[in-house]
Design a protein. Structure first.
Length: 659
């Protein structure tokens, strides 16, 4: 008998055959691998469900069929989104005659009315998975359709149809679609929708399409901040209205903002709308959208705007005889600007299902063509305005070139003649040596924008990170090294990790973790402290790591305001400095909601702030105790965390656990 050269010794044959092949049907793939469709099962992914349903309603509005959208959050994590559009089709589907078109849309992946372009000229939903994914990941989904003055309803659960389409009778004064759903706790645990986040989402959508009215409503019992229980959004000025509110009286390089829009009929069917301002002493903020979908990572439409603004300001510089204009780059024009760009195009292409980045190549040319001519007129129609903006951009260029030269000359020794590589999101400080410098690690781009405006540019650097970083205590070394947020942290520190960690190479004197003053912020701070404890223990041991102490409340009586770190501190102020007086209390939703002056005064200015230093004990036994605690609370075994909570729950009422 011939020997089977490919047989593995000790492994029985026949263990991998046809019975090993599993076929997932219907929406089961979504429930098995939700991350493939919504990017994960965290808070961002949960709110992505709301965005998918709202995007469908917005598509009806953009197509001219809906004028009103209602969003309502009720107790039990129940979200309802209603539009007064055409209503989903309810007639039998030609390919599946035993199912209504509504049931096909809700229960089958890659089904929808946006593939051919006949039902929608432009739309946000392209893959036919949005509403079906919401259905798959919800424990209870109810669709009501008012169409041709008749009302219909169908129910679903976890992607399964619970019964046939019901005809509920006539409804002469109603039209459109209502989608009500409750996310499945099997997928998302006890995570709840954040009213403030949904409120902000609804408001931003109204800015993106001037013709729509969006009504917001929330059960008051769910509100713990300044988010109103009811509101109506409608902004005739679109992005221009948003920009004016965002600038809020700040001095700018030009008194008039660069605001406009351009429609392209025919074969190039599309629309481009933009709003740009150049505030003085600002690090700027950028918002990119395609078919009302936010694309936080920019993409091809961003590239078109960069090219239009750069080529336009260069041409104007040559027109007025400014020889230095030829060296202007896109970063010189855009750094520090507050800008918003919204495009509507047919069949856009995104980098992934979560649509974080637009990749449609035609968007670059479309945006540049739309913006360039308007920008040329903006600069040349009022020469004083054009020259003021040119002078501002030239100053940015000179500053960039000067800093580049300083880095090349003064940091050559510190980096051992190696090219200094820094993460793209890091806004570095100007100081050349670590003495007196601080790196603030902040949660999200919104907080990062406020921190950049509040900082001391000479000594304070800002590194935004995206949400909750990887828990290094329960991750493999390979997974840690592959994580982009951690890679950025390590790169910014410059001192290496674990056995290669050398505090002498640390690029900053103080590393400051600055997160929101709420439970989520505390969680992120805990994950970051775990990272430093495991990957850079000498940095902690030598006292380089700090926790910022941002306030949770602002208490105001008349013209006097005081800030409180937490509820206990708030009570102390109310019963002390403001005793017997009527106190107006404002709760900060997060660092990004604080204006730069407030953030500077309370959290970043060394003269007025307070910080906590994170240290490690010197004695071996005590260090071993800390390591054991970290392993129990942050490690792979959830039973240890559960036991810790049971042991210490009674001490949480008014006490701080000594950990």
């Amino acid at each position: 008998m011939a020997e089977d050269l490919f047989a593995a010794p000790g492994v029985p044959s026949g263990t991998y055959d046809a019975s090993s092949i599993e076929v997932l049907e219907g929406l089961e793939p979504v429930r098995r691998r939700p991350g493939m469709y919504i990017g994960g099962t965290d808070e961002r992914a949960l709110h992505h469900l709301a965005a998918e349903v709202l995007d469908n309603a917005m598509d009806e509005a953009v197509a001219g069929h809906a004028t009103r959208i209602e969003i309502e959050l009720d107790a039990g994590n129940r979200l309802t989104i209603v539009d007064n559009g055409r209503g989903m089709p309810i007639d039998p589907h030609p390919k599946f005659p035993d199912k209504s078109a509504l049931e096909v849309i809700l229960s089958m992946l890659h089904s929808g009315g946006k593939f051919s372009g006949k039902a929608y000229a432009t739309s946000g939903g392209l893959h036919g998975v949005g509403i079906s994914v919401v259905n798959a990941l919800s424990v209870d989904t109810v669709i009501e359709v008012a169409r041709d003055k008749q009302l219909y309803r169908q129910r679903f659960s976890q992607g399964q149809t619970l019964g046939p389409l019901e005809h509920l009778g006539g409804t002469p004064n109603r039209r459109g679609t209502s989608v009500a759903f409750t996310p499945d706790t099997e997928i998302f645990g006890e995570m709840q929708f954040k009213p403030a986040r949904l409120y902000k989402l609804a408001r931003s959508k109204a800015y993106l399409f001037a013709g729509v009215e969006i009504r917001w409503k929330c059960d008051p019992s769910l509100l713990s901040d300044e988010t109103p229980p009811e509101a109506v959004f409608q902004f005739p000025g679109g992005l221009g209205d948003h920009l004016k509110e965002q600038i809020a009286g700040r001095e700018c390089a030009t008194s008039e903002f660069f605001i406009g829009q351009q429609d392209f009929p025919g074969e190039d069917q599309g629309r481009v709308e933009w709003a740009v301002a150049w505030p003085l002493w600002s690090d700027g903020s950028y918002s990119w959208y395609c078919n009302t979908i936010p694309t936080p990572d920019g993409g091809s439409h961003e590239q078109g705007l960069r090219q239009a603004l750069t080529r336009g300001i260069r041409a104007f510089g040559e027109l007025v005889g400014q020889k230095k204009a030829k060296d202007i780059t896109a970063d010189d024009v855009m750094t520090g600007s507050e800008l918003m760009l919204s495009v509507f195009i047919r069949e856009p292409q995104f980098q992934s299902q979560t649509k974080d980045r637009l990749t449609s190549p035609e968007a670059t040319a479309l945006v540049e063509r739309a913006v360039r001519d308007h920008f040329d007129h903006f600069l040349s129609d009022h020469m004083d305005r054009g020259k003021a903006l040119l002078a501002y951009v030239i100053d940015r260029m000179d500053d960039r070139l000067r800093r580049k030269q300083e880095r090349e000359v003064k940091r050559k020794t510190a980096t051992s003649s190696r090219k200094l590589r820094l993460p793209g999101k890091l806004t570095d400080c100007a100081a050349d040596s670590p003495e007196g410098t601080e790196l603030f690690i902040v949660e999200g781009d919104s907080a990062g924008g406020s921190a950049k405006q509040a900082r001391d540019r000479k000594t304070q650097a800002i590194l935004p990170i995206r949400g909750k970083i990887l828990n290094v205590a329960s991750a493999t070394s390979a997974k840690i090294l592959a994580n982009q947020e951690i890679a950025d942290l390590i790169l910014a520190m410059g001192c290496g990790t674990r056995k290669d960690c050398d505090p002498a190479n640390l690029r900053y004197e103080r590393i400051v973790i600055m997160t929101d003053a709420d439970v989520d912020g505390a969680h992120i701070a805990t994950l970051l402290m775990t990272f430093f404890f495991q990957e850079m223990p000498d940095i902690v041991r030598r006292g380089h790591l700090y926790l910022a102490q941002p306030p949770l409340y602002r208490l105001t009586v008349g013209s006097k305001s005081l800030y409180a770190r937490d509820d206990a501190h708030r009570l102390e102020i109310e019963e002390g400095a403001f005793k017997g007086k009527k106190v107006e209390v404002s709760r900060f939703k997060g660092l990004g909601e604080m204006n730069p002056n407030q953030l500077k005064e309370t959290t970043m200015d060394p003269r007025t702030r307070g910080m906590l230093r994170v240290t490690l004990p010197q004695e071996y036994e005590e260090r071993a105790g800390v390591k054991d605690l970290v392993d129990r609370l942050m490690g792979n075994n959830p039973a240890h965390r559960f036991a810790f909570i049971q042991e210490n729950a009674a001490r949480l009422d008014g006490e701080v656990i000594d950990a």
